[in-house]
Write a protein that binds this ligand. Structure first.
Ligand code: EPZ
Length: 455
């Protein structure tokens, strides 16, 4: 069990109403910070959220000799990679904690230093989270990988050369691995079956600003022509569409009305269509999106997660909480992570009716259908939720528990809330500003902050 300083008391039943702001995407900012290592000049990243994942990556860069400082504006980071150096393996291991970012530092460090080290990796417990694609990618570029007790040691004795790669699945991290390695590799790299999430496009924009040559075809093919050197960049990070959707789901589940400043229609179109099908309402303007429950019953739907431009897996968990309030049977098929529905057992303890299945329900057959994973759900609603003792399992599941606790009658004790700091900036103040009735049982001394994982 977590210590008391990591517990939040949530007195539910109050609709969340008001306005919050989302800043740069958690799934872009750390990667843009890694890209800065490739440059021969300082880079300036704007719209950076104050979340733990950013602090972990700042520390990792600093261990490698990159200076990371706040810029003149709020939310601006300036990174100077001109003195990149090797870091002590034990320090990397200790600092990275359960972070997944060291794997993405490999290409840049192989280019800059000729070697790299990856400690054991973590991340959210939502499936196996293997890194085999990453290793295959790095080997294709000419890296050698030596597995030892404390981690993987990589070298590129003959330098890194462009190559043809076809990903077995459009993996976000593996696509980023290719981009961050190919931009300075000798010759042309052709990547097929690439992921094309908006955060990847934004990383491509960052790299292009640095001097890279990258083109994207409509069929998930990305071509990169290696260049001899890259400069720095100044970039405003794409807003966090995953955080925005979490607040949108909170508005729906609590019968509330939340304006998310910074939310962008362009990166949320699939979510917005689904939100409307469920019965949620939204108004879009240049500043952001207002999400609200228009009154009346919500509709049960069939939902299948997929890679972009499909329904993003990270949107699934918060929306499932809202689906417990919809009239009828909703079917959810999770096709990206095999274990991303485990969080629903706690919702059932609160009064929800959610049944998990091994079969692929409600959509096409996916990779998990024959592999015994409980990756489909039938949610029958509407159900009244009651406050409960909840232990946060992962980042999005954790935020979903907060939504459920806010929608429930009575008081919930939510354990492990520090995990949410990894991806949701200032979430306690945002919740209070929206009228949530929450309390921390005892003040949390800053010294008890724990280093967390990068999802
Ligand atoms: C990124 O994870 C995000 N994390 C995830 O966000 C997000 O859910 C995911 O992309 C999908 O959009 C960050 O950007 C930091 P993947 P990533 O490689 O890159 C399999 C959140 O809550 N796979 O696209 O690690 C893998 O098991 C987090 O914000 C392999 O089999 O995800 C999964 O089934 C959680 N071998 C699928 O591919 C590999 O080597 C997609 O994973 C790599 C991946």
């Amino acid at each position: 069990m977590t210590d008391i300083a990591d517990v939040l008391l949530v007195h539910g039943g109050t609709p969340l109403e008001g306005e919050i702001r989302v800043r740069g995407a958690k799934n872009l900012v750390p990667k843009a910070m890694v890209a800065a290592v490739l440059g021969s000049e300082p880079s300036r990243l704007r719209n950076v959220p104050d979340i733990r994942d950013v602090r972990v990556v700042s520390g990792l860069l600093q261990l490698h000799g990159v200076t990371v400082e706040s810029g003149d504006r709020p939310g601006e980071l300036v990174m100077d990679p001109r003195k990149v150096e090797s870091a002590n393996v034990a320090d990397i291991d200790a600092h990275a904690g359960a972070s997944r970012i060291p794997i993405l530092l490999c290409g840049p460090l192989l280019h800059r230093l000729g070697h790299a080290f990856i400690p054991g990796l973590g991340g959210c417990d939502i499936g196996g989270r293997p890194i085999d694609f990453h290793f295959d990618v790095l080997r294709s570029f000419g890296a050698t990988i030596d597995k030892r007790a404390d981690g993987q040691y990589l070298e590129a004795p003959k330098g890194l050369r462009g190559c043809k790669i076809r990903l077995p699945y459009p993996s976000v991290g593996s696509t980023e691995q290719v981009l961050l390695t190919a931009v300075l590799a000798e010759g042309v790299t052709e990547l097929t079956n690439a992921a094309v999430e908006p955060e990847i496009e934004d990383l491509i924009c960052v790299l292009q600003k640095m001097g890279a040559i990258i083109s994207m075809d409509t069929d998930r093919t990305i071509r990169i022509t290696g260049v001899d050197s890259l400069g720095g960049y100044t970039h405003h990070a794409v807003p966090d569409r995953l955080e925005a959707a979490s607040w949108a789901s909170a508005a729906l589940a609590t019968g509330g009305d939340i304006t998310v400043r910074g939310a962008q229609q362009r990166t949320m179109m699939t979510f917005l269509n689904t939100y409307r099908r469920v019965g949620g309402a939204f108004d879009i303007n240049d500043e952001g999106i207002r999400f609200y429950h228009p009154g009346g019953p919500l509709n049960a739907i069939a939902l299948e997660t997929d890679v972009h431009p499909g329904f993003q897996t990270d949107w699934q968990q918060p929306l499932v909480v809202a689906l417990t309030q919809a009239a009828g049977l909703s079917i959810v098929h999770e096709t990206v992570y095999e274990s991303r529905l485990g969080f629903t057992s706690a919702l059932n303890q609160m009064g929800a009716h959610i049944q998990l299945y091994r079969e692929c329900l409600g959509g096409s057959a996916c990779r998990f259908g024959q592999r015994n994973f409980l990756h489909s759900a039938v949610v029958s609603g509407p159900t009244k939720l009651q406050g409960a003792d909840l232990v946060i399992p992962d980042l999005r599941g954790g935020f979903s528990y907060l939504i459920a606790a806010l929608a429930a009658q009575g008081t919930s004790r939510v354990h492990g809330i520090s995990l949410i700091n990894r991806g949701y900036e200032n979430f306690l103040d945002k919740l209070r500003g929206l009228g949530a009735d929450i309390e921390l049982p005892v003040p949390r001394p800053a010294s008890q902050e724990r280093t967390g994982a990068v999802a």
